[in-house]
Design a protein around this ligand. Sequence first.
Ligand code: ZN
Length: 136
Amino acid sequence: MLIDISSVRKSDGSSLRIDSSVDISEYAPEFSNVRAEGEIRNTSGIISIYLHISGVYGSVCDRCGKDAVLPIEADIDTVFEDEGSKDDSVTFTDGRIDLDKTVCDALVLAVPMQILCREDCPGVEGDGYEIIYGEN
Ligand SMILES: [Zn+2]
């Protein structure tokens, strides 16, 4: 998703509304139905980017190994400078910003440590015990 922000940069107080689907399959094919919603705003020459991102994460359950599909949401709130955003999360080329990588990074960070197909997943059937490695 390349966004031309030259018009926003030109005039103080202007903003650009963003509501678009984002294809990040190049970076993270495990995500689908990715959308970004928000705005890019010029406040006294400072360009701020606010985005709410949602997507669907396809993986396998950590407990039972079956397919797990999780809705993932993330927010981006960053300030943009000529050479790029302060935290390097936004790439800027030829007056346009490329939000694909930004969106991808935000979603990847929002993925929970443990992936479960459902909250009370019982795990693999018949695997009702845990091996505990003791001191001896
Ligand atoms: Zn499971």
